[in-house]
Design a binder for this molecule. Structure first.
Ligand code: C2E
Ligand code: CA
Ligand code: CA
Length: 597
């Protein structure tokens, strides 16, 4: 008998199997058996390991394949096993699908099957196999396998369904996506993948409770399915994320129109038991084959479009386009460029930090610059973000810190050096230790060094960040909390962290002389810093009016284009050597700034 059934399938159906080569050597063993037999039998001779008891003593693999049902006696060490099962032959060898009989003379009921003791969803298989074996007959092993296959498909179908919404779950969705891509390739038919993310779902869950959250997800699934049409396949990918595969959709206008309808439907109020809930939705689309021709790429691009929708176009659908494609290429060329970059490609520019009282420079902030030979000048927030995402930022920080400390050695005046760190730099003690060693090796006085970190960087893993920061503060390095006012600006953190300086973000400064209320907020933060005995630097001071207001309210330090733009190290040295003419130089700089503005 020859049965065409994949190895993987059989293995899944029967965790207790013995697989033999045609010559009778054991080539593999199911997991249940390996567990019981407690010894690696792969490679050993089957007939020396097991004796075949029924229906008649079989001496060779040839004889074994004649049989449909066998009982084996296994002696492994001191353990004796009786295994009963069926014999199948396939193209590459012989399968013995067996169960474990603990006591040959015992009741048939005690016939213990380990064939399918894997996942609860498949438990029906146990009964099925048990029933067959209890009848003791197994006239048709092929029929059994067929039946098992059906059962397992049912179980698989169940395993691919989301319990709450009845839609496909993530696994099921991706499986269908694979099939769609294969079919579309064969028939050259278009289709579209969409990824939907609900906006404001979490608050509903928090306020109305999980039962209401569940109801809302269920209803969202129904609305999405209704609008997507009968041909579409809708799945819940997890949490409040849904996916759709829509066949025969191709034109941008039609795709976006469908997206608009879905967004609109999801923006309608939801009636839940606890009241009326409102959410929104963002959608990203990717069309086959324009956006990609593999399931992975298509999904990734739909997800990319979703990300854009969430960032810039909340509540509106976005289709992945050539423009996104170029962005991705640009991003990956930067990723690549960063990996290849030599140390010499990076340098630092320095922006002075000014004392409001007398306009004197008290320190400089080092800002990274990268000129790639192939890509040209890349803005720091772009390459730093990408370096953070791809894990190359620690190397970058080390290169830059060494350069900044080397530059700082040339300064005659005892200025402070402020240096920016990324989240990753303070997320591992090893990375922090390396920075510490760089500072020690440089000979630069740690008391003149300030590490700037953002609140979001600290929040990623508060405990770890704290232990890294302590490593720095113990040696006298000061810590500045950068971009204050843009993140959580939690006062709780201020209290818990070893902060010496707060830098108020330039977004605040912008509204200082124009937006009502900003001035009082700024004033309060300045007072707070004074009470907590920490420095306060106001960033982004870009005109005289802002500088005056800040000085009047007692903000001690300022930084911004009005005072000076960032300069190269050579410019900084010239600037420092004419310290007496500093004010004049600053004025020239401001003049230039005013002209360029
Ligand atoms: P940041 O730490 O907030 O740095 C200040 C940024 O504000 C600098 O931009 C600076 O040129 C700019 N700036 C200063 N005064 C003004 C002003 O009056 N008006 C305006 N509009 N902008 C002003 P830059 O050099 O482009 O750096 C951008 C960001 O990149 C930095 O923001 C920082 O987050 C990051 N970055 C720069 N260098 C490094 C570095 O060495 N390491 C790390 N981890 N991040 C860095
Ligand atoms: Ca900074
Ligand atoms: Ca900043």
């Amino acid at each position: 008998m020859s049965i065409l059934i994949s190895d993987a399938h059989l293995e899944r159906l029967f965790p207790a199997f013995v697989r033999l080569s045609a010559s009778g050597m054991i080539t593999s063993l199911g997991p249940s058996l390996t567990q019981h037999l407690d010894q690696n039998l792969v490679g050993s001779d089957f007939f020396q390991t097991f004796s075949v008891e029924t229906p008649r003593k079989i001496q060779s693999a040839d004889g074994l394949t004649d049989q449909r049902e066998v009982t084996l006696l296994a002696r492994v060490g001191t353990t004796e096993f009786r295994l009963r099962g069926i014999v199948l032959r396939d193209a590459s060898g012989i399968w013995l699908l067996v169960g474990h009989v603990p006591d040959v003379n015992g009741q048939e009921d005690s016939f213990l099957l380990h064939m399918s003791d894997f996942s609860p969803a498949d438990s029906s298989l146990d009964f099925l196999v048990a029933a067959h074996l209890r009848q003791g007959l197994l006239q048709d092993a092929k029929a059994l396998v067929e039946e098992l296959r059906e059962k397992s498909e049912e179980a698989e179908e169940l395993a691919h369904r989301d319990q709450l919404t009845g839609l496909k779950n993530r696994r099921g969705f991706f499986r269908r996506l694979d099939q769609f891509v294969a079919a579309s390739r064969a028939q050259s038919t278009p289709f579209v993948v969409a990824v939907i993310d609900l906006d404001g779902f979490k608050p509903v869950n928090d306020i109305f409770g999980h039962a209401a959250g569940d109801q809302l997800l269920l209803q969202s699934g129904i609305r999405i399915s209704r609008i997507s049409g009968d041909d579409a396949l809708v799945g819940r990918l997890g949490g409040d994320e849904f996916g759709i595969i829509i066949p025969n959709l191709q034109h941008e206008d039609d795709i976006l129109k469908l997206g608009e309808e879905i967004c609109k439907a999801l923006a309608e109020p939801f009636e839940v038991k606890e009241g009326i809930a409102r959410i929104g939705a963002s959608i990203g689309f990717a069309a086959y084959p324009q956006a990609g021709d593999t399931p992975e790429i298509l999904f990734e691009r739909a997800d990319y479009a979703l990300y854009h929708s969430k960032q810039n176009n909340r509540g509106r659908p976005i289709l992945f386009t050539d423009c996104h494609e170029r962005e991705i290429r640009y991003q990956s060329s930067i990723e690549h460029g960063l990996l290849e970059a030599r140390d010499e490609e990076f340098h630092l520019v320095y922006q002075p930090i000014i004392r409001s009282e007398d306009g004197m420079t008290v320190g400089v902030e080092a800002l990274a610059r990268w000129t790639s030979p192939s890509l040209g000048i890349i803005p720091p927030d772009t390459f730093i973000r990408i370096a953070e995402q791809t894990g190359s930022v620690c190397r970058l920080t080390r290169i830059l810190l060494k350069k900044a400390l080397k530059d700082a050695h040339a300064w005659k005046q005892p200025f402070d050096l402020s240096f920016n760190l990324s989240a990753v730099d303070i997320s591992s003690p090893e990375a922090a230790e390396q920075l510490k060693q760089i500072v020690i090796a440089s000979g630069f006085p740690p008391a003149r060094l300030v590490f700037e970190i953002t609140e979001t960087a600290v929040m990623q893993d508060f405990e770890r960040a704290m232990s890294c920061l302590c490593l720095f503060t113990e040696m006298g390095i000061r810590i500045a909390l950068d971009d204050f006012g843009t993140g959580y600006s939690s006062l709780g953190y201020l209290q818990k962290m070893p902060i010496n300086r707060l830098k108020i973000d330039r977004a605040f400064t912008r509204g200082l002389t124009t937006r009502h209320g900003t001035r009082s907020i700024m004033q309060s933060i300045v007072a707070l810093c004074s009470n907590l005995n920490i420095d306060c630097v106001v960033e982004g001071v870009s005109n005289a009016a802002q500088a005056r207001v800040l000085t009047e309210m007692g903000a001690p330090y300022q930084q911004g284009f009005f005072h000076s733009r960032a300069m190269t190290h050579a410019q900084l040295l010239a600037f420092l050597s004419s310290a007496g003419e500093q004010t004049a130089l600053l004025a020239t700089d401001c003049e230039a700034e005013r002209k360029s503005a």
